[in-house]
Design a protein around this ligand. Structure first.
Ligand code: UD1
Ligand code: UDP
Length: 382
């Protein structure tokens, strides 16, 4: 009979990193590099949740990463959350079954992370959750139930801050919690200078430093409804009146582009005067764009963190955030989508002194995480 789960002695001293979406690739890149430089074998599984070259290959190039050892195909054909998660779980489990790594690392809250986490758990492989303990307390968000489930089945919870560690403690998780900082700090520090040297995005778009806004929006709750997209289009126009001569640069997520098309709004949206819609940018260009923006409006998780690190004011277009540290230090304000609240948020943030401190660590998160991984490989953890 085929063995269905592993005992510790069946596993090899080997590390598996699971990636699958744009932010997953970016946030895991410092860990992948450390793992590859270490004395231990490692491999990457790309779960294939993001697949367009501008959401995938571009980041391997920009971040100087090798091709992943494994890549799942056809995940793009899945329409429902459960179906997508199930397909990735199936693919990842098969690979882990053959490779038998002693540690699997996932990062964040996208569906591919839940798939990777479940695959590891089912096979009795040690699971580490990078970016653990975040909570929005908004149970409607797929990300919220994903991150709660992953935290509960992980051996190692790598919390970016004390606050996130506390969330995990209050949830009564079983694994060991380590406060390491967020690997996004490592990624920003590793790429900030390179972006300054290599990116010509400002010249290409004819932008002057601190004289443009950046916008991103892709959350299901914001872009899967016509009404919400209309609210976005309204405040963009209003900002055009209020901040005349300050363009809004909008690298559009494929999900948002698709929805604008489906709702018959694409043409009108793309022709808003003060708005410049671009295809998704690579990391080097986007980092440079964020770094020199007057302010960023976003519903992205990673961008709330990066703007905080880069000292660029941020307005979050959501009703809540799982990154309250950014609001506490003063780099971010959470406004939702109503015109009045967004405009008030922009005014408030533009008036603030940018002397906040980055709460997400000192750029050594990937090192700290790899130390725990090595201790696990060598059975040095109790
Ligand atoms: C996912 C994550 C979200 C994360 C975001 C990062 C979940 C539930 N959501 O949302 O937490 O913030 O990634 O960007 O896991 N598409 C393409 N090309 C791509 C990727 C997506 O065209 O490379 C289109 C597809 O039509 C797809 C839609 O975008 O159906 C949504 O993609 P999906 O991966 O399901 O969710 P995201 O909105 O990207
Ligand atoms: N990003 C990028 N190009 C873009 C938009 C975003 O490189 O055109 C990067 C951004 O710097 C951040 C990550 O993608 O590191 C955020 O991804 P996204 O907003 O899609 O997901 P989230 O962080 O909300 O899960």
């Amino acid at each position: 009979m085929k063995k269905k789960t592993f005992e510790s002695e069946d596993l090899k001293k080997k590390v598996c990193v699971v990636v699958g979406t744009r932010p997953g690739i970016i946030k895991m890149s410092p860990i992948i590099k450390k793992a590859q430089e270490s004395e231990y074998p490692s491999f990457v599984i790309h779960a294939g949740q993001h697949y367009s070259p501008s959401m995938d290959d571009q980041f391997f190039k920009d971040l100087d990463l090798k091709e992943p050892e494994y890549k799942l195909e056809h995940i793009k054909d899945c329409e429902l959350h459960g179906e997508q998660t199930a397909e990735m779980l199936k693919g990842i489990e098969r690979i882990l079954y053959e490779e038998r790594p002693k540690v699997v690392l996932v990062c964040g809250d996208a569906n591919f992370n839940l798939a990777g986490a479940l695959a590891a758990r089912k096979l009795h492989i040690n699971l580490g959750h990078v970016e653990s303990g975040l909570r929005s307390d908004d149970w409607r968000m797929p990300e919220e139930h994903n991150r709660v489930m992953i935290d509960h089945i992980s051996e190692f919870l790598f919390a970016p801050t004390k606050n996130t560690a506390q969330n995990a403690i209050e949830d009564n998780v079983k694994g060991n919690i380590f406060v390491t900082g967020n690997t996004i700090v490592d990624a920003v520090y590793e790429n900030e200078e390179l972006a300054e040297e290599k990116s010509d995005i400002l010249e290409t778009l004819g932008l002057k430093k601190k004289n443009y806004f950046v916008l991103t929006a892709h959350r299901e709750g914001n872009v899967d409804s016509k009404e919400k997209l209309e609210m976005i289009s309204k405040f963009i126009k209003e900002m055009g009146d209020k901040y005349e001569g300050t363009p809004i640069i909008f690298p559009i997520h494929p999900r948002t582009k698709k929805r604008l098309k489906e709702f018959g709004m694409k043409e009108e949206f793309y022709s808003i005067d003060n708005l410049q819609v671009l295809e998704p940018l690579g990391y080097i260009d986007f980092l440079q764009l964020m770094n020199h923006a007057k302010l960023v409006l976003t519903d992205s998780g990673g961008i709330q963190e990066e703007t905080c690190i880069l000292k660029t004011p941020c307005v979050t277009l959501r009703e809540n955030t799982e990154r309250p540290e950014t609001v506490e230090v003063g780099s971010n304000i959470v406004t939702g989508l109503s015109i009045e609240d967004v405009l008030e948020g922009v005014r408030e943030m533009l008036g603030r002194k940018k002397d906040w401190k980055n709460p997400f660590g000192d750029g050594t998160a990937s090192n700290q995480i790899m130390e725990v991984v090595k201790d696990c490989l060598e059975d040095r953890l109790s």
